[in-house]
Design a protein around this ligand. Structure first.
Ligand code: FE2
Ligand code: FE2
Length: 298
């Protein structure tokens, strides 16, 4: 297979199931987030997300890429709820999830809560990030920038070991002639979001990408459409972010949208056709425009 069609959306922030707050939660980050959710529940609408998912399914992509913030408070109830919702998107082998800061909001208790999503993180049940999936001409290189953060912070971090493994994976997949699609929750370009929301080791990540290259980087987190470019060895690397998949049109933030990415191998390298579809006031999704990215390799 020399081409593939992917759907990218992000930050669904699924409406949380009812939750009892214990005494220990009373002054916790989770309790404060719960209060924040009441404010945000007008922004994130389940019917908008349902319409987006229906629109994605109507386009029958070969693979779905979801760049994090499925949950709001990282509770076990939310992980289970998200798991059921993920299962409704299609076979787990056709859906890849990169976890977000909201998916790791509090310190992990016993075990790894992300284990509930293991089938969607990569093809191996366990193992360190990046998790890699090979689909047609594409290597899906799934990073995790989700780390528990201090109060009022929404930062992410990859860590030196994950970045070193990424360098190795980028080299190997390039040698195999694959299109390297890097996924993570946090934006990568300098100044894309405030320091409070930033990837703390973005500089180190950009250094590895500048040296090893990638054909495309996808992210979420900013809850807005972002088209940025970072330095690569064969020219700039495009970096695309999408708004929240549940953001209602006419609300505070940018309305929900998703991107269809049609990736094809050519004699000169690869082409990527990006088609954006966005939520309309009448509860449907409509085309917003399309453009083509070219990536040549020297
Ligand atoms: Fe988010
Ligand atoms: Fe986020």
């Amino acid at each position: 297979m020399s081409q593939i069609r992917l759907a990218h959306f992000s930050d669904p922030h699924l409406a949380p199931p009812p939750m009892k707050l214990g005494l220990a939660d009373a002054v916790s980050k989770r309790a404060l987030s719960r209060i924040a959710w009441r404010r945000k529940s007008k922004v994130h609408r389940p019917e908008v997300l349902a319409a987006l998912v229906a629109d994605v399914k109507a386009h029958a992509p070969d693979h779905i890429v979801l760049t994090g913030d499925l949950t709001n408070f990282s509770t076990h109830e939310e992980y289970d709820q998200a798991r059921a919702w993920l299962a409704g998107l299609g076979p787990a082998g056709d859906v890849t999830v990169s976890p977000g800061n909201h998916d790791a909001l509090i310190d992990r208790r016993a075990g790894d809560p992300l284990a509930a999503w293991a089938d969607w993180l990569g093809d191996e049940a366990t193992g360190p990030f990046p998790r890699v999936r090979l689909r047609g001409p594409v290597a899906l290189i799934n990073l995790s920038s989700a780390v528990p953060t201090a109060l009022h912070l929404a930062q992410g971090k990859l860590g030196a070991e994950q970045i070193a493994r990424l360098a190795q994976v980028l080299r190997e997949t390039r040698a195999s002639g694959l299109y390297r699609l890097v996924l993570l929750h946090h934006p990568v370009a300098e100044g894309a979001v405030s320091r409070r929301k930033s990837l703390t080791d973005a500089l180190e990540l950009r250094a590895v990408l500048a040296a090893e290259g990638a054909e495309l980087v996808l992210h979420g987190h900013a809850h807005e459409s972002l088209v940025t470019r970072i330095a690569g060895p064969d020219g700039p690397i495009p970096v695309l972010g999408v708004p929240s998949a549940s953001a209602a049109p006419g609300g505070h933030g940018e309305a929900a949208r998703w991107h269809e990415l049609a990736i094809a191998r050519t004699e000169a390298g690869f082409t990527t056709r990006v088609s954006a579809r966005g939520a309309t006031a009448d509860g449907e999704f409509a085309p917003l425009g399309a453009y083509r990215l070219r990536s040549a390799r020297r």
